[in-house]
Design a protein around this ligand. Structure first.
Ligand SMILES: *Cc1c(COP(=O)(O)O)cnc(C)c1O
Length: 431
């Protein structure tokens, strides 16, 4: 597996104010990073982004629970307005929809983790995706998307965006010739997930960037399933990384949020649009994100190791027909994943050697994983995609997408692996 190449100089987005002073865009500077040239993503997860936002000698970033901010006098208000016009990210805040110190600290941490110039937090992963596509695309534009993207993302592209005259061609994951063939003069960007849901297909970033650069297109990766601990797409030249922070980054199945990381120019454009579209995160949620990310490295290590062991166990089990996990040699993108990722994540998809109802009996017999949608939290979750995400899809359309009744998606939490294995053993024996 690739070694985690951790770069520390994330703040290349330096901007200069009217008075000639300069400041950095992501403001993620903190001593461990400044003093040492290279630290691991776990050290970044604990410290990055916080220092500037800490006050009253507090160790942790305060929750600045306010909707608005006041000014000493009219002169300071005018001064702020002038700065804001030229600086994009002013030193202070004005109104909650345009910024909040707790939110900014979480954004700075996320930017550091993705080795990005800046990050923008939004109210959900879907808000991150919809805001980004709304801002980067205009009437008459076209884009290319891999066909196994998150169902709501596809829904947004095929229903909302078409109403604004924006069209999209979907191509099979892993088919780079089809991506290239889909590009036309109106094409503006390529959007993909990696790993995808539920089959965990992994993008060859270098290949995608090469195609995009040849055609002058932007690239966006929804990297929710990987997290910056396992891969940082921006280091391969991908323009924007999108995360559903709801999943691994926050990590505790207790909030909804999304983020976009990338160049300061694009995140600033998105930030200005967010002030209009309004999908902001509240300060308490931002605090939970900061707190959750501190253990990201520890949690991801456990998710990666535990899921790998469970995937191997399932692959060898006679009652399991097929397993999809990028760490397994049997996975179609194993080579790509091995070369680009430092861990393969906590989600495993598999087909039980049975019919749909028997598969449901297996799921019902599991004691530790709870039945439910979502993934990436400390609690293991299990579901049949045919009953959750694809319940309202016609059976023939489901089958065309490979979503059989026997397909199970498991999000491995941080419970003890031996306990989980024993649970699957008894559940498979009882079905
Ligand atoms: C969950 C998810 C989303 C949507 O995120 P929300 O936070 O639920 O809005 C988008 N993409 C992927 C890959 C996801 O798993």
């Amino acid at each position: 597996m690739a070694t985690p190449g951790t770069t520390i100089s994330q703040n290349s987005g330096t901007i200069t104010g009217t008075d000639g002073t300069s400041k950095t865009a992501a403001s993620n500077g903190h001593d461990p990073e400044e003093k040492r040239p290279r630290v691991s993503s776990q050290t970044q997860a604990v410290h990055a982004g916080e220092k500037r936002y800490i006050s009253h000698d507090s160790l942790t970033v305060p929750i600045v629970q306010t909707s608005t901010y006041t000014f000493e006098d009219t002169a300071s208000l005018i001064n702020y307005m002038e700065e804001h016009m030229f600086w994009d990210v002013p030193e202070r805040e004005e109104y909650g929809r345009y910024g909040n110190p707790t939110v900014r600290a979480a954004e700075a941490k996320l930017a550091a983790l993705d080795a990005a110039e800046d990050a923008l937090l939004l109210s959900s992963g879907m808000a991150a995706i919809t805001t980004t596509l709304f801002i980067l695309l205009s009437q008459g534009d076209h884009f290319v998307m891999t066909e196994d993207c998150y169902r709501r993302t596809r829904g947004f592209c095929n229903t909302f965006l078409t109403r604004f005259g924006i069209t999209c061609t979907t191509v099979a994951p892993g088919d780079y010739d089809a991506i290239e063939a889909a590009i036309r003069p109106a094409t503006k960007l390529i959007f993909s997930e990696s790993p995808t849901n539920p089959f965990l297909r992994c993008v060859d970033y270098a290949r995608l960037v090469e195609i995009a650069e040849r055609h002058g297109l932007r690239t966006i990766i929804d990297t929710t399933f990987a997290t910056p601990c396992n891969v940082r797409p921006l280091e391969y030249g991908i323009d924007l990384a999108i995360h559903s922070v709801t999943k691994y980054l926050a990590g505790h199945n207790d909030l909804l949020a999304g983020c976009v990381t990338g160049s300061f120019d694009i995140t600033t454009a998105l930030r200005q649009s967010q002030g209009i579209l309004g999908a902001v995160v509240d300060p308490h949620c931002a605090y939970l994100i900061l707190r959750g990310i501190k253990t990201l490295g520890l949690r991801m290590r456990q998710h990666n190791e535990s899921a790998f062991r469970i995937a191997r166990y399932l692959e060898d089990h006679p009652r399991i027909r097929r397993v999809w996990y990028p760490g397994l040699e049997s996975h179609p993108d194993h080579e790509v994943a091995k070369c680009t990722m430092t861990g393969f994540g906590g989600v495993i998809s598999f087909e039980v050697e049975a019919d749909g109802p028997t598969t449901s009996r297996f799921i019902d017999a599991c004691v530790i994983p709870r039945i439910g949608p979502s993934l990436g939290g400390v609690e293991s979750l299990i579901e049949q995609p045919g009953i959750v995400s694809y319940f309202d899809t016609a059976p023939e359309d489901r089958r065309a997408l490979g979503i059989t009744d026997e397909l199970v998606r498991l999000s491995v939490g941080i419970e003890d692996t031996d306990d989980l294995l024993a649970d699957f053993e008894q559940a498979l024996a009882s079905m």
